[in-house]
Design a protein around this ligand. Structure first.
Ligand code: 13P
Length: 280
């Protein structure tokens, strides 16, 4: 199938009362293992890349590989730049062939976040590209205050205003998660999520998926989260699996043999996360 817009995949997920995982990948194998697992399971998926990882794989190459692999499978696949930091970077991704976009200027004050997000939305919509924005900053998990301090969380009234004024199709919200490895267990503000979900009618995204306890994730999916962003746990697992295989010493010392040996354990890992968000 050709690539689908993330917003269409997420609206479908919402109707099914399920959640789609947006995985951050960075090279051919990490893209392919996600798409192959999604196809095996017949679960929709969204491929994303951090702008910083374009040093590993240029954005246009990431888009071309994802588009080609998506065309070979039946399950819906989305392609989004994750955390586009500014207009110029999002336009680089648009030129490179991305079909969905995230602009994240949530660290700026509300008015500036509205202004910069609206600018990206206007251009992307003219090109048929859907946009995720972020309101209420999702910070880093190494800094406890980023996910414990409710001052950083999304306000319900502001979420409504933000959607109206920017025209975003998808909204990332802050309800107690952060990116990376948590220094203490996160506790999601589920009541706030329910209120935001009731006041808005576009798909909601939970960033910082790595390390959030499963029961809290399930509770968030049941309360309107349609996209779970997941990155650190994938990168950690890739490293751990490669290390374990090399230490076992059963393969020939060739990169190609290592890649092949990693495939099954990585499928199993990815399947677990996809099934949690998209149960049968
Ligand atoms: P984690 O790295 O904590 O899984 O967060 C990923 C994310 O939110 C990407 O946008």
């Amino acid at each position: 199938m050709s690539l689908e817009k993330a917003v269409d995949i997420l609206r479908y997920a919402d109707r099914q009362k399920k959640c789609v995982v947006g995985f951050d990948a960075f090279n051919m194998e990490t893209i392919k293992w996600i798409i192959d697992t999604a196809e095996e399971e017949q679960i929709p998926v969204i491929l994303m890349i951090y702008p910083g990882d374009k040093k590993i794989m240029p954005l246009s190459t990431f888009a071309a590989v994802t588009r080609d692999l998506a065309a070979k499978v039946k399950t819906p696949v989305g392609l989004m730049l994750d955390h586009g930091p500014d207009f110029a970077t999002t336009m680089e991704a648009v030129r490179g062939g991305f079909s969905s976009m995230m602009i994240d200027t949530s660290h700026l004050d509300f008015e500036e976040n509205v202004r910069q997000t609206a600018e990206v939305v206007k251009t992307c919509h003219a090109l048929g590209i859907d946009v995720e924005g972020e309101l209420g900053h999702v910070g880093v998990a190494s800094n406890e205050a980023d996910y414990k301090n409710a001052d950083n969380f999304t306000r319900v009234d502001k979420a409504v205003e933000f959607i109206e004024r920017t025209g975003v199709d998808i909204l990332a919200i802050s309800i107690g998660t952060a990116h990376g490895s948590y220094v203490s267990a996160p506790k999601l503000d589920l009541e706030r999520l329910e209120q935001i979900n009731a006041a808005t009618d576009i798909p909601l995204v939970l960033h910082g998926g790595t390390g959030v306890p499963e029961d809290q994730l399930k509770a968030a999916f049941a309360r309107g989260i349609n996209k779970l962003n997941y990155a650190t746990g994938y990168k950690l697992k890739l490293y751990a699996v490669a290390k374990e295989i090399m230490e076992r010493g059963e393969i020939r010392p060739r990169m190609s043999d290592l890649v092949m040996a990693m495939e099954q354990p990585m499928h199993e890992f990815l399947r677990g996360i996809m099934r949690l968000a998209w149960p049968e």
